[in-house]
Design a protein around this ligand. Structure first.
Ligand code: SF4
Ligand code: SF4
Length: 176
């Protein structure tokens, strides 16, 4: 009985092998051949800029708070016009699990995932990326978005003058 079962299992295995033996192999000879991942593939993280070239990150710490492995850290600072920025910004890619939660949490679309998966390194310290390693010159996936044109915080325009923004209510006019 067991001999019959074993023979059947061997024949099924051989049949599976023969079925696939003349098909094209799915193996890719990496790194000579590279697979192009989908645009939404989550790998190396970048910090992007506004269409006018300003840094998008306002150092709100949301990405850092949302990160499940605590691999984002930064220090907030403020320009003379009130615009916030990160004086330093660090991501430890040796801990990052590429979940994309930081990018989901970011209100300014500053932090974005890219499909660049080639960041392996033998020295673990080389996987600690500073702001100068993360900040790119472009806008990334949202080329037209400018947080300051939507948020009425009086930096690039007065309160209430932003896109889709209502004029602030005069709270004194609400007094009984
Ligand atoms: S992708 Fe996930 S693990 Fe990596 S920095 Fe963002 S939130 Fe943290
Ligand atoms: S990258 Fe986005 S979420 Fe993170 S601190 Fe900057 S603005 Fe906030």
């Amino acid at each position: 009985m067991s001999v019959a079962k074993d023979t059947k299992a061997i024949l099924i295995g051989m049949w599976t092998t023969w079925k696939r033996i003349f098909r094209r192999p799915v193996t890719i000879q990496y790194p000579e051949q590279k697979r192009i991942p989908s645009p939404r593939f989550r790998a190396r993280i970048v910090l992007t800029r506004d269409p006018d070239g300003g840094e998008r990150c306002v150092a709100c710490y949301l990405c850092s708070a949302a990160c499940p492995v605590d691999c984002i850290s930064m220090q907030s600072a403020e320009q003379e016009d009130g615009r916030r920025y990160a004086s330093w910004f660090r991501i430890n890619f040796s801990r990052c699990i590429y979940c994309g939660i930081c990018a989901e949490a970011c209100p300014t679309m500053a932090i974005q995932m890219t499909p660049d998966y080639e960041i392996c390194n033998r020295d673990i310290m080389n996987l600690v990326y500073e702001k100068e390693d993360l900040l790119i010159d472009g806008c990334g996936k949202s080329p037209d978005y400018n947080f300051y044109h939507h948020a009425g915080i009086g930096v690039s325009q007065s309160r209430g003058a932003g896109l889709e923004e209502k004029t602030p209510v005069d709270v004194r006019s609400l007094l009984p």
